[in-house]
Design a protein around this ligand. Structure first.
Ligand code: C2E
Ligand code: MG
Ligand code: MG
Length: 740
């Protein structure tokens, strides 16, 4: 789920990233392709230039050779078998600027120059080579006779009757060729030069290249490459180092020579040529990056806003806009961590009987009240105080207290101002609300906000029990009590199975005869570690978990079983009263269950009396009456227990279908020294008689009370004065004694 949500959230960013990657890959491969094309184009260009230069040089050389061949054709042999050529012819070629010097030599190296002077070239390479090959020969010489500069020697063989008789040599300086070598390509960065077979650079427009060897500039791979690529016409795709820069080279052989034309251009210059396109590509890429980034940041911003919204939903209470429980916890934690040294109290409060407000006035009014309280909190505490709605009608506030007495002031302030719903003019319903306040003084070393809130809340709940107190400050007993309650809640479920329950019987006596006329079954729980637990403690817990239904069933079965037993033993039994709690009365199959027990143990239903408390009986009277009539239809009697304790509507007494009124012990409290109490009790007994009810007074502890009761007309008494609730066997003995 979470993964899906993340994917959904980031799909925008994912698509942008994908777009960005595709565009980048596209741009890079386009640039690469463009670069490759451009390099190929440039290679072609350089190959063209190289071939062009070599053609130019070749035609220049051809020209020189033709000139010399012409001279050679004019040669004759004189009587002494010496070559004779007119000095004019020779000189003419020099004067016309074709050559610097022209020599005619015999095979022995002796001959004439263009000025008619004698020449003797012994062991000269040019003579040797030309004679050997009998072909026009071109040679480069750096030390030719008296020449200071490097020269080029062009020579053609002279033949007579197909027999070699000598050579004609034209001498020219380097410029005669190098002028054909271009240096103007690639904005002067490219250059061409002539190398010989061994790679020695013979002619170059750049003087610094002269005398160097080309292979010094090429790495080994490039040399191999060059050799393998050579196609006789010109080869290409050779890369090497020249002056520390990577360069491309074009090669072409010059016809009739052992020379090659080489053209080189630094790779950098090729790249420069595609500079503009690259610039466009780069700006395009930058634009794509910027676009992608801005879309991404837009998406992230939208997401952040959404997150904020979600956070607001997650951390704010939608009705009041206050912090919710989670946010309150984290805020309080942050506060306490920041300001540990101060003394803090955590206040939890809720609205008394808020459920009743909702039930009577509707949820809208309930919501309105919650909003007014929130507004009050905002009004009085906004700023530096942490407060929030913890759930339902419970609110929490973290406050600083410097002195102990301030706690009292805080509680009063909250009751008076925060709980003041009249502060809102629009709210004109006459509802009185009161707050229950629980306070926890934070003294713990370890910060555990949830525990702090629980403690304050525990105090709040306690304050509901002790109505006479304005507020309750948490103490450790509450926590112990709560723990005990939790343990009881847990252990109750096993109590029946573990046989931890037993029943005590408290007899009811007729004070005039002294005879037992009935008894009340009172449950006892012997907890394995807690010992005897009073029903006053565990019955409310069992009611909460509804385990009371199981308990009630067990008690009823036990009582029926015992009655059957005693009857079978021939004991004269008296009716036994069984307490039923409010929850039990709401059980759908209660009457069936009672009927089943009666039938199972074949008992006279008159032997069972059902006790329900005053507060249960006199509230929701219609429903209760319906239930009671079902019980009474079985033949059982019904008693109203604890009469005089509840604040129920007394007028309901005439309508409720009961047989017995059990007066609570609290009605006897000061009966011995307060005549009014006696009078009141007598009136109640009279009322009971008038309503045709039997009266039982419980909690009678001494004989003086008994005597007073005699005067009121109450005949049946249940109390310590005659017997405490006793174990089953003891009760049996009392019964046996009762007969005798
Ligand atoms: P109750 O039904 O009003 O029972 C009478 C209570 O008063 C008993 O307390 C009894 O021990 C006590 N009592 C009797 N005579 C005197 C006296 O002279 N002086 C004083 N101070 N107390 C006296 P107990 O047994 O602790 O039971 C408390 C309550 O627990 C019962 O009040 C009843 O409401 C409930 N209860 C007991 N057993 C059961 C049960 O099996 N089912 C249900 N649902 N509730 C039960
Ligand atoms: Mg009772
Ligand atoms: Mg009672």
């Amino acid at each position: 789920m979470k993964i899906h949500k993340n994917i959904k959230d980031n799909i925008g960013i994912f698509l942008i990233a994908l777009f960005f990657i595709i565009v980048t890959i596209g741009a890079v491969s386009y640039t690469k392709e463009m670069l490759k094309n451009s390099i190929n184009q440039n290679k072609e260009n350089i190959k063209e230039v190289t071939l062009q230069i070599s053609h130019n040089i070749e035609s220049k050389i051809d020209n020189y050779i033709n000139e010399l061949t012409f001279i050679g054709s004019k040669a004759e042999l004189n009587d002494k078998k010496q070559i004779q050529i007119s000095t004019d012819i020779l000189n003419n070629k020099v004067q016309s600027g074709k050559f610097n010097k022209v020599l005619v030599l015999g095979l022995d190296g002796k001959g004439k120059n263009n000025l008619g002077g004698d020449v003797f070239l012994k062991n000269e390479k040019i003579l040797e080579k030309t004679a050997k090959s009998s072909k026009p020969t071109i040679l480069y010489s750096s030390k030719f006779t008296s020449y200071e500069n490097d020269v080029i020697l062009y020579s053609v063989p002279i033949e007579n009757n197909n027999e070699l008789i000598g050579i004609v040599v034209g001498i020219n300086d380097m410029a005669s060729i190098t002028e054909k070598l271009t240096s103007g390509i690639y904005e002067g960065k490219g250059c061409s030069y002539i190398i010989d077979k061994s790679g020695d650079i013979l002619f170059s427009r750049h003087r610094y290249n002269q005398g160097a060897n080309l292979y010094d500039f090429l790495d080994e791979r490039s040399i191999d490459n060059a050799k393998s690529n050579y196609d006789g016409d010109g080869y290409w795709d050779v890369k090497g180092e020249i002056h520390g820069k990577k360069s491309y080279f074009g090669f072409s052989k010059i016809k009739n020579t052992d020379w090659y034309i080489v053209t080189s251009i630094p790779a950098k210059n090729i790249l420069l040529q595609i500079k503009d396109s690259a610039k466009i590509m780069i700006s395009l890429l930058i634009m794509v990056i910027l676009l992608s980034l801005s879309i991404c940041s837009y998406i992230i911003r939208i997401q952040k806003l959404n997150e904020k919204k979600i956070m607001k939903i997650a951390f704010r209470d939608s009705l009041t806009g206050l912090m919710n429980y989670n946010k309150f916890v984290s805020e309080v934690e942050e506060y306490l961590l920041r300001q540990r040294r101060k003394q803090w109290v955590l206040v939890c409060f809720d609205i008394d009987k808020f459920k009743l407000v909702n039930d009577i006035h509707g949820y809208k009014v309930g919501d309105e009240i919650l909003k007014i309280i929130s507004n009050n909190l905002n009004y009085y505490f906004k700023g530096d105080i942490v407060y929030g709605r913890l759930g339902g009608d419970t609110f929490g506030v973290l406050l600083e207290t410097k002195e102990e007495f301030e706690i009292d002031e805080i509680a009063k302030f909250i009751k008076k101002n925060i709980g003041n719903i009249e502060s809102t003019k629009n709210f004109n319903l006459e509802i009185n609300i009161d707050l229950s306040i629980g306070i926890y003084k934070i003294e713990d070393e370890a910060i555990n906000i949830k525990k702090f809130i629980d403690n304050a809340d525990m105090a709040r709940l306690k304050s509901k029990e002790t109505r006479y107190k304005e507020y309750i400050v948490f103490d450790e007993n509450m926590s112990r009590e709560k723990k005990k309650i939790l343990q009881m809640e847990r252990d109750l479920f096993l109590a029946i199975k573990n046989k931890e329950f037993s029943i005590h019987y408290q007899p009811k006596f007729n004070i005039n005869t002294g005879k037992i006329v009935g008894a009340e079954a009172l449950i006892r729980w012997i907890h394995p570690t807690m010992g005897m637990v009073s029903p006053m403690e565990f019955i409310p817990i069992a009611e909460k978990t509804r385990f009371i239904n199981n308990i009630g069933q067990w008690v009823f079965d036990e009582v029926c079983k015992k009655l059957r037993c005693w009857i079978d033993e021939g004991i004269e039994v008296v009716p036994i009263a069984i307490n039923l709690s409010r929850v039990e009365l709401y059980q759908q199959d209660l009457v069936d269950m009672l009927e089943f027990g009666i039938n199972k143990y074949k008992l006279d239903p008159k032997l069972i009396e059902i006790e329900i408390t005053e507060s249960t009986a006199l509230n929701d009277i219609e429903f209760i009456n319906e239930k009671l009539s079902g019980i009474k239809a079985l033949g059982m009697k019904v008693a109203m227990d604890d009469f005089g304790t509840g604040n129920s509507n007394l007028s309901n007494l005439k309508d409720i279908q009961i047989d017995v009124l059990k007066l609570d012990k609290s009605l006897l409290l000061d009966i011995e020294n307060n005549e009014k109490t006696e009078l009141m009790l007598k009136s109640i007994v009279d009322l009971s008689k008038n309503l045709s009810l039997n009266t039982v007074c419980e909690g009678v502890e001494n004989m003086s009370q008994v005597e007073i009761l005699k005067g009121t007309g109450c005949e049946v008494v249940q109390g310590y004065v005659f017997s405490k609730p006793v174990e089953v066997e003891k009760y049996k003995k009392l019964l046996l004694r009762n007969i005798n």
